[in-house]
Structure formats: structure tokens, C-alpha cells
Write a protein of this length. Structure first.
Length: 289
């Protein structure tokens, strides 16, 4: 724990303008270098993945599943599906984001991936329709996107070695977000580990034992019953979603909401290092309760 970590105590102005920087194959290298240059200063990262649904579903109510069955469904889905987008928000201990234009605009990133072909690959029709309704052009991502396994994965490994998320990695769909990160880092042919314990070991290894926080599970562990819901509800109730952004509700935007929601939860409910340590590594679909 560094001295600056104890200063996690404010969220940005809700009126601050945030630009979602779209990353495609043609500008991938320049945006990747920009991110690398920012890692020493911005020690936290929030991530969000968009993918074409979950083709494997439980036979009964999800809340009745045993931990091993929850993980089995995650493993089966991630093995056969491809990520469509990754949102990435860098921030420091005061929840300040990198930016330009004299600080008037802050930046987050949205990586658009080329791996998913809606005509050939498995998907859930309703999930694809939802992606399209939020402005995701699947033909464009297929033609102009970054190769998730061949190009993005190696760069992500480089970033983690260079300090990406060294103070904390924040997600909103813990197991799935991290599973797709791991899949991209290992590349084509990777198969998810057979058990949740093995998966956790892989995550700790590739993230160099970073602290990992799942805002959904943090909300579930709060004393307020009505916070035990999804990102949309939690962010709204905590007033963590009011900011000016120039993109639809896609991965970049959601990584930003994940960042702000984490900060609000941290301020209100997990306001010392001991409380925060208590939710480190608790991940939806992976952790046994």
C-alpha cells in the first residue's frame, strides 16, 4: 500500500466532459503508446467487456447454482465466444483521469475487436440486437477492428508488466471481464482452466497479484439491500453516472461508470484499507459463497 492509496476520497465533477477514444487497427499502436506513457501516474484501471451473450445458460434459477456450476457456465461460454469491445479507464488515487485540452476533457478508451463474425460465430441473437441498439457496428468491428488475440493480447501483457492497474483492477462483471482478459492475453487456442481455483491462480499470475475489485460484489456486500443489483442500478443510486460523455453506452462508457461506482462505494462503505481488503478478489461467477 502506497501513501497515495489512502487518499481515495473523491469522485470527479459530474459536469466534466469525457471523451471515449475509439481504438481500431489503424490507430492501435499510437493509442497503445499513449496508454503506456500514462501508466506511471494512473495506477488504477477499470475495465468492461462487451461480448455476444452467453450461449450456455443454467437449467434453473441462476441464484440456486452451486459455485462449481457457475464457474462451469462461465468457462463454457468464454471458450466458445469472442469479445467485441473492451473499455479501459485509467485513474489515480483521487479518481482523476488522464486528459487534454488544458484538463477540460478527460479520456477513456474503447478497443473495437475484429475477432467476432456474426455470420459464423456463436452468439445470442438478443445480445447482438442489444449491442446494435447501442450503436455497435459489428460489420465495422469485423473489418477495421483490432485483432484481440494476435495484437491486443501481447500489448496487454506488456502493460501489466509495465504497471497497468498496479494499485487495483476494477470490473463490473468480475469473472467474465477477467476471463476475456486472460483469453486475449494467452491468445488463440487458449482454453479456460477446469476449476475456479485454477482460474484464480491464472488471474493472480497474469495480473502479477494485483488487487481486483468487482463493483457488483462490493454492492452485494453493502448493508443497503437495494444496492444488490447490476451496474446500471448501483451507479444510478450512488449518483456515479452523471457526466458528459460523447459515446453511447458501450464498453468505454461502462468502464468509466465502473470506475466512478467503485469510487462511490469506496467513499461510502469501504472507507478504510481494512474494509477494502475484505472485498479484494471477490468475483461474480468465480468466488464461492
Amino acid at each position: 500500500m502506497t501513501p497515495s492509496d489512502s487518499s481515495l476520497e473523491r469522485t470527479p465533477s459530474p459536469l466534466q466532459r469525457v471523451e471515449v477514444r475509439q481504438v481500431w487497427a489503424h490507430n492501435f499502436d499510437s493509442e497503445a503508446k499513449l496508454i503506456e506513457s500514462l501508466l506511471p501516474k494512473f495506477r488504477y484501471v477499470a475495465v468492461d467487456t462487451e461480448f455476444p451473450g452467453a450461449v450456455y445458460q443454467p437449467a434453473g434459477p441462476a441464484y440456486k447454482l452451486e459455485p462449481a456450476e457457475r464457474y462451469r457456465l462461465l468457462r463454457c461460454n468464454v471458450d466458445v465466444l469472442h469479445p467485441v469491445q473492451l473499455g479501459l479507464t485509467l485513474f489515480d488515487a483521487g479518481c482523476v483521469l488522464p486528459g487534454g485540452h488544458g484538463g477540460a476533457t478527460r479520456y477513456v478508451w474503447q478497443f473495437n475487436f475484429s475477432d467476432f463474425d456474426v455470420r459464423r460465430h456463436r452468439h445470442v441473437a438478443e445480445s447482438v440486437a442489444s449491442l446494435r441498439s447501442r450503436g455497435v457496428d459489428l460489420d465495422r468491428t469485423r473489418q477495421y477492428g483490432v485483432a484481440a488475440a494476435a495484437a491486443f493480447g501481447p500489448r496487454l501483457r506488456k502493460w501489466t508488466r509495465a504497471g497497468l492497474g498496479r494499485a487495483g483492477v476494477v470490473t463490473s462483471r468480475g469473472g467474465y471481464d477477467l476471463a476475456y482478459l486472460v483469453k486475449m492475453m494467452f491468445g488463440t487456442g487458449f482454453r479456460m482452466p477446469g476449476s475456479a481455483a485454477e482460474f484464480n491462480a491464472v488471474v493472480k499470475s497474469v495480473l502479477h497479484r494485483r488487487r481486483v475489485f468487482d463493483v457488483g460484489e462490493m454492492a452485494r456486500l453493502c448493508p443497503r439491500e437495494h444496492l444488490r443489483r447490476g451496474l446500471d442500478s448501483v451507479a444510478g443510486q450512488l449518483n456515479a453516472a452523471r457526466f458528459a460523455a460523447d459515446a453511447a453506452c458501450q464498453a468505454g462508457y461502462d468502464s468509466l461508470r465502473t470506475c466512478y461506482t467503485f469510487m462511490k462505494l469506496r467513499e461510502i462503505y469501504f472507507d478504510d484499507d481494512g474494509k477494502l481488503a475484505g472485498v479484494d478478489g471477490i468475483l461474480a461467477e468465480v468466488t464461492a459463497f
